[in-house]
Design a binder for this molecule. Sequence first.
Ligand code: F6P
Length: 321
Amino acid sequence: MHDVNDVLQADGAKPELVALVEIILGAAKHIAHCVRQGALAGVLGSTEDENIQGETQKKLDVIANQILKDALLENRQVCAIASEEEDTSVAGNPAGTYLVAFDPLDGSSNIDINGQVGTIFTIYPARADVACDSELQFHQPGIQQLCAGYVLYGGSTLLVISVGGATRCFTLDANGNFVLTEAELQIPADTREFAINLSNQRFWRSAFKRYVDDLIAGDTGPRAKNYNMRWNAAMVGDVHRVLMRGGIFSYPSDSRNPSQPAKLRLLYEANPMALLIEGAGGKAFTETQRILTLQPQTLHQRVAVILGSANEVEACLAYLK
Ligand code: F6P
């Protein structure tokens, strides 16, 4: 049993849910092809536009968004979609039973340097009490996700996915099939590796700065061990490393821009990654609570993120109490 269909059904996913995942994977294979072709397909560089978050859109962001949007809205099961690249949610079939949210191409600043990028996605049940064109459809805590995953376009194209139980990893083979290559990811509880953008430290709250200062102090400080730092500039790449060998990844709140106290988006970044991390035995918190229990207030809401090796996340949270 090595293909996505069999594995997810054995994990308890309904055939209709698995069929929807297959649609997302079809779109992801198309995106993988565009990423691989790069300059040969004329897809590198920026557009003239900004997205709702005020970020310059790369051509590949727009292309990846369109590929997913077209594939999903054709599907009768899809009640609505939400994307990092869309200002509002987009209605599908009012009788559809699923909602899909996605970051079509996470890590955009890596596109033009041939670095890691990826598609992050999450699936929720559609709400019968809310119209399909209302963004309230998506105001569901992450604990209600039916499935979460990402496709990482790196040296290999990988799918990491969970339908609420174990977190599993598949590798795209030369025939275009995702083959199970890590049946059950397990994050070690302890680590000596952190992924935090240190250039923001003057904007952090003092307790978080103290935590990072103590990591950097290594075996001469209170943590009494040496840490190494890694920063991918793509959450999907950093989270993948944490899933494979442990570590802590954090994008904390900061005071750079008072109207935007955190960077990562709850719906299509923090929540899907939190489900995958917890499925592999790790922890995923904001500065005060488990990410999966947050009640969303807006579609593109941003939250502080601290996730990874369980004991290290606990150690970080202890500084913030
Ligand atoms: O989507 C936001 C994102 O690109 C993440 O993938 C990544 O972790 C982060 O921003 C990178 O932030 P910075 O620009 O501070 O390195």
